[in-house]
Design a protein around this ligand. Structure first.
Ligand code: ADP
Ligand code: MG
Length: 593
């Protein structure tokens, strides 16, 4: 799908380049601090976890030295008991880490998702025109999941490992300063090649991941447009495209697998070389009686713990950086300012609402195409209770007038008044509550007919809904469905016909009971019979309300109190149907979809 580059694109690519810093994770801290109890328990279990790892080393020393050398079973038993106690602590802290940390991270993600969602609902229509749904989805799902994993595993493990490295180094020095001196040379010799090669593996993993993401896009396109694919008999063609992509993914994974296998072999050789070196130097000292076997065992243990912890720290850092990218994008979303602004002293509509409209010299261009004026110097007035038809060729700006009335966008200049108050001074919801918009292609949610109609007024009873459906000439077809009003309409109402969907939308608007009606009349989707029914439904909706109707049918145009003829973004003529017919000839000739 082609689209204009969005505000986010610019910012996100930038942040991917220079913002990949672990510091952005700090933005999550306020979310974590909301749960001090979980946080404290999490930290305690992390500290205990690292202490117990270090404790195992000490236990090992007693086990080897006292357990065996004293020659008594008592020594063996008591050192085993000590080891067992340490293991119990380890298990307890593992439980704490797994439970409290995971619970905390899940909680944070819930809060973040809620915040993102409600923040998105504050954005204007134009934001959603320049931001793809996929982008929004991946913020809410992929990025937050990535963050959750990092919060639940990477960060706690990183903390634990840091403690192990620091504590382990202290224990190493305490156990044998000389051997510690030796391994400070050996450990880097082992770690550096592993880290360098590990980076390569990481790059391959990333590549493989990107290829996998491409598959998702292909799936979306193929099955989202399945009718088009079937209609053109492009099944095998799509399969070909897909298999090429899957093959690419395989090749990318193969590289990663190969590199990972080599890395594992490399690690084994290097680690064993390192251990042999320590055993050699340590063994010499044991043979000379400068060190006990237990000390050597403990030393080996600490050296392995420190090296292991330090090694995985760099790997974890990679994960954290990846999540940092996601966090950056999440907070990019959360810092967006809504484009439709409401003045601080916004007003409510004076009661009773009349539904009186004025356009005064309105000029408008869509944000996506700022240099193309869609509406030029539009001025007109619609008084209470009047029905006015908007007529003009397709693309002239009829729907745009509705968009401005709903304040989906603001005019470039000129102003629009509702009951004498400029729209930008009106509280946004008061305005939108007062208007009933039946769009050309109404949207139904994938729920029951009851709930779809109730969307117009959440406090409406089932009785009210049935009345509204009757008035919208929708009850007949609804009752003929096996499950009646409880029928699920499918995604976007796909199980209903165009005319049926429209009548549901009309019933929804009847339930809303607005003072001003905006009808975007659709004919192309309807056959003559359902057209007539929709027409009747619209008539019962118009009753007593100010109505602005985008009209295509001659009957609608002729029945309106007044007709406004638009041409090339301007008002060409206005007057009653009869007057206009005499003035400019065939008004109905101007109708188009
Ligand atoms: N969201 C949008 N962004 C940019 N241009 C738009 C948008 N919606 C409509 N347009 C353009 O504005 C013009 C008027 O559109 P519209 O008001 O929908 O016409 P119609 O009179 O058929 O209802 C068209 O040329 C259309 O291409
Ligand atoms: Mg239109």
């Amino acid at each position: 799908m082609l689209r204009e580059p969005s505000y986010l694109d610019e910012h996100v690519t930038q942040s991917r380049e220079d913002g990949k810093q672990a510091q952005v994770l700090g933005k999550v801290i306020p979310y974590i601090l909301r749960y001090p109890k979980s946080l404290v328990f999490s930290l305690i279990s992390i500290v205990i976890a690292s202490l117990t790892v270090l404790g195992v080393g000490a236990g090992l020393r007693y086990f080897v030295d006292d357990g065996f050398s004293e020659g008594s079973t008592l020594g063996l038993a008591s050192s085993l008991l000590g080891l067992f106690i340490i293991i119990c602590f380890m298990a307890l802290s593992s439980y704490g880490r797994l439970y409290w940390v995971s619970q905390l991270s899940e909680r944070v993600i819930v809060d973040l998702r809620n915040d993102i969602f409600s923040h998105l609902l504050k954005q204007s229509v134009s934001f959603f025109e320049t931001t793809s749904l996929g982008e929004i989805q991946s913020r809410l799902t992929t990025d937050t999941t990535l963050l959750q994993i990092v919060l639940a595993t990477s960060i706690p493990i990183a903390l634990r490992n840091m403690l192990i490295v620091v504590g382990g180094l202290i224990m190493l020095i305490l156990t044998s300063p000389i051997l510690t001196g030796i391994i400070t040379v050996i450990i880097p010799l082992i770690l550096i090649p592993i880290l360098v090669y590990g980076k390569k593996v990481q790059r391959y993993s990333q590549l493989a991941q990107e290829k996998t993401a491409d598959i998702a896009v292909r799936l979306d396109e193929t099955f989202g447009a399945i009718r088009t694919v079937f209609a053109f008999c492009r099944e095998s063609y799509m399969s070909l495209l897909f298999s090429r992509q899957v093959e690419n993914t395989y090749q990318a994974s193969l590289k990663r697998i190969e590199a990972r296998a080599r890395l594992t072999a490399l690690v084994m050789i290097l680690v064993f070389t390192g251990i042999s070196a320590v055993l050699w130097f340590g063994g010499l000292r044991v043979l000379k009686g400068q060190m006990s076997p237990g000390h050597l065992s403990a030393f080996l243990f600490y050296a392995a713990a420190v090296a292991g912890a330090a090694g995985s720290l760099s790997e974890i850092y990679g994960d954290i950086l990846r999540a940092a990218g996601g966090v950056e994008r999440i907070f990019e979303f959360l810092s967006l300012k809504p484009r439709i602004t409401v003045s601080d002293n916004s007003q409510h509509l004076p009661y009773p609402i009349k539904g009186h409209l004025q356009f005064e010299d309105v000029n408008f261009a869509y944000p996506a195409r700022p240099h193309r004026l869609v509406l030029k110097d539009i001025s007109f007035e619609v008084t209470k209770g009047e029905t006015v038809a908007l007529v003009g060729p397709s693309g002239v700006g009829k729907t745009t007038i509705f968009n401005l009335l709903m304040r989906f966008y603001d005019p470039l200049n000129g102003q629009i008044l509702f009951d004498g108050i400029p729209l930008e001074k009106l509280e946004l919801h008061t305005l939108r509550e007062a208007i009933g918009l039946v769009p050309q292609e109404p949207f139904l949610f994938s729920t029951t007919l009851y709930e779809n109609i109730r969307f117009g007024n959440l406090s409406a009873s089932n009785d009210d809904i049935q009345k509204a459906a009757k008035a919208a000439y929708a009850d007949e077809f609804i009752e003929s469905l096996p499950e009646g009003y409880h029928t699920q309409v499918g995604e976007k109402g796909i199980t209903l016909s165009g005319g049926q969907r429209q009548r549901i939308a009309i019933a929804r608007t009847i339930l809303k009971n607005p003072s001003l009606l905006l009808l975007d009349e659709a004919t192309s989707a309807l056959d003559t019979e359902s057209e007539q029914i929709v027409q009747k439904a619209l008539a019962s909706l118009k009753h007593d309300r100010t109505t602005l109707i985008i009209a295509h049918r001659l009957s609608t145009i002729a029945a309106a109190d007044r007709v406004i003829v638009l041409n090339q973004g301007k008002i060409k003529a206005t007057g009653t149907y009869e007057a206009l017919n005499q003035q400019i000839g065939d008004v109905s000739g101007l109708r188009a979809s």
